[in-house]
Design a protein around this ligand. Structure first.
Ligand code: PAF
Length: 281
């Protein structure tokens, strides 16, 4: 496995792979890899000839008061994990090379980027789509792998790829959870043990909603009210949102007809956690 730090060099390697007819899978990450990421890398290795894992804590997707500085970074450990999952390359560029002086361009997916997390993290998704577009251009993957935990991000990237005719297939893989149901996330490392214990309530609330919908409840106001009541019992610091939205437009839904996305963002201490479930009748 090779670690490549320069976008130019990564591009040259990608070109060579293309010429040789290799199928390339890209797993874009910000490092601090956990089992969720590993499931993406594993799938990429099954479906491609070569796997590139990008590790880049992308400064432009963090707000000024967010956790860019404290975001966990551990290349040594991540490299070991990538090697164990048979990745071929780690693309590990610096911010200076990704955003050199004079950089001015932003990729923006309107509307989808302004709701749910976008309403609480202005500019976040523009930062994500801009870096992912760059990664697609540098690595030229046949398939790129994202996790369903970031459901809004996955949808926005699918929209971007479609709207901009990007020749890449987007694969969205299921959420990987801890034993108590907490969705795997690099940010879980910020939680102290009391917060970690309390955070399991998010999955309990999502699960209850899923069961309620199966048993015939379709009223979204009632479903979100119940989810909120469940979560509040564990005293989160703040609930940004608990919303049931259309799977494609992310617009709020009043009644579940076929399926919808229940998504939430909740703070335990200084840690903002997101999670979601697809509700099916
Ligand atoms: O999901 C993430 O880790 C990041 O948002 C991504 C897709 C790697 C872009 O920086």
């Amino acid at each position: 496995m090779r670690i490549i730090r320069s976008p130019k060099q990564m591009f040259e390697v990608s070109q060579k792979l293309k010429k040789r007819g290799c199928r390339t899978g890209l797993v874009p990450t910000m490092g601090a890899l956990h089992k969720g990421h590993l499931s993406l890398i594993r799938r990429a290795a099954q479906e491609n000839d070569k796997v590139v894992v990008s590790i880049f804590v992308n400064p432009i997707q963090f707000g000024p008061k967010e956790d860019f500085r404290r975001y966990p970074r551990n290349l040594k450990k991540d490299a070991l994990l990538c090697r164990n999952e048979n990745a071929d390359f780690i693309f590990y560029p610096s911010a200076a090379l990704m955003y050199p002086p004079g950089f001015r361009t932003q990729v923006s997916v309107r509307e989808l980027s302004d709701v749910l997390c976008g309403a609480y993290r202005p500019g976040h998704f523009q930062g994500v789509t801009t870096v992912v577009a760059k990664l697609f251009n540098i690595v030229m993957p046949d398939t790129a792998y994202f996790g369903q935990k970031d459901a809004q991000q996955a949808l926005i990237i699918q929209r971007m790829a479609k709207d901009l005719d990007m020749p890449v297939k987007i694969r969205v893989m299921p959420i990987i959870r801890e034993k108590d149901g907490l969705a795997m996330s690099s940010r879980n490392a910020y939680l102290d043990s009391a917060q970690r214990e309390k955070a399991a309530v998010l999955y309990q609330a999502l699960n209850k909603a899923r069961e309620s919908v199966k048993s015939g409840i379709a009223d979204c106001a009632l479903l979100t009210k119940r989810a909120r009541a469940t979560i509040i019992k564990n005293k989160p610091r703040k609930i940004d949102y608990i919303s049931i939205v259309d799977m494609e437009t992310l617009e709020p839904v009043k009644k579940i007809k076929d399926k919808a996305l229940l998504a939430l963002a909740v703070w335990f201490g200084n840690t903002r956690l997101i999670d979601n479930v697809i509700l099916k009748r």
